[in-house]
Design a protein around this ligand. Structure first.
Ligand code: DX5
Ligand code: ZN
Length: 223
């Protein structure tokens, strides 16, 4: 069930060539593609919205893992579902029209996977009320907003281990995902503390380096 997977993050791809970048990830062996939606408000960057998810969906059968770094995700939820998301993850720190619990319930009612995300400064306890509603818990390993930041080991690994220990003690099933600064040298640390879904932006796509061999990079990350 908790098989390790490397998830390329489209944020590190060439936005001028999205179709070929999606195919590059699939050809490199990716099963899940991570899609970072940023609103310039919840985080200090703007990336893309439902139109991008819909465009990606037309070119792949990959599992689309949508990470919403936006306020009022419940206001936009139906558009991301309609666009073809297979998992939608929401931040516990965001503002809601309704609530975190109601939004998770709506994601599940749409028949897709539901994720909850904790920023580095947010304690594991903030997720406790929702653990029976989620399919994955994302422990951010950088402050979200930008790719290419360093892995925050001391701030986030004890929390990841606590999330793993709590899950196993209570016979819960959620996947544990990490996102930010994931490279061949940080994967063993994240794996040891319980992560099985490893989001890799810069380390998979290679950040606009046209000589970059994504398949070789994915193999090194999965080793
Ligand atoms: C960070 C995003 C990440 C980002 C990771 O705000 O949520 O998914 O793409 O990028 P790297 O792997 O370069 O740290
Ligand atoms: Zn992300």
């Amino acid at each position: 069930h908790h098989t390790p997977l490397i998830l390329p993050s489209l944020l590190a791809a060439d936005f001028a060539n999205v179709e070929s970048e999606v195919k590059r990830a699939a050809d490199a062996g990716a099963q899940w593609l991570h899609l970072d939606v940023m609103d310039g408000n919840f985080v200090d960057n703007i990336s893309f919205g439902p139109a991008m998810i819909e465009a990606v969906r037309r070119h792949t059968d990959m599992f689309l893992d949508v990470h919403l770094m936006i306020h009022r995700p419940d206001h936009y939820l139906d558009r991301f579902v309609a666009a073809g998301a297979n998992n939608i993850s929401i931040h516990v720190e965001a503002d809601y029209v309704s609530s975190v619990a109601q939004t998770l319930a709506r994601i599940k009612a749409a028949g897709i996977s539901a994720g909850l995300v904790l920023n580095p400064a947010t304690p594991f306890e903030a997720a406790l009320p929702y653990l029976d509603q989620i399919d994955l818990l994302l422990i951010m390993t950088v402050v979200p907003g930008f790719g290419g930041q360093p892995f925050m080991e001391t701030e986030t690994m004890p929390k990841l281990a606590a999330a793993r220990d709590h899950r196993d003690a209570h016979h819960l099933k959620y996947h544990l995902q990490v996102d930010g600064g994931i490279y061949p040298h940080t994967i063993p640390i994240a794996r040891r503390n319980g992560a099985n879904l490893l989001v890799c932006g810069t380390s998979s796509y290679g950040k606009l380096n046209t000589n970059h061999d994504m398949k070789a990079a994915m193999q090194e990350l999965a080793a």
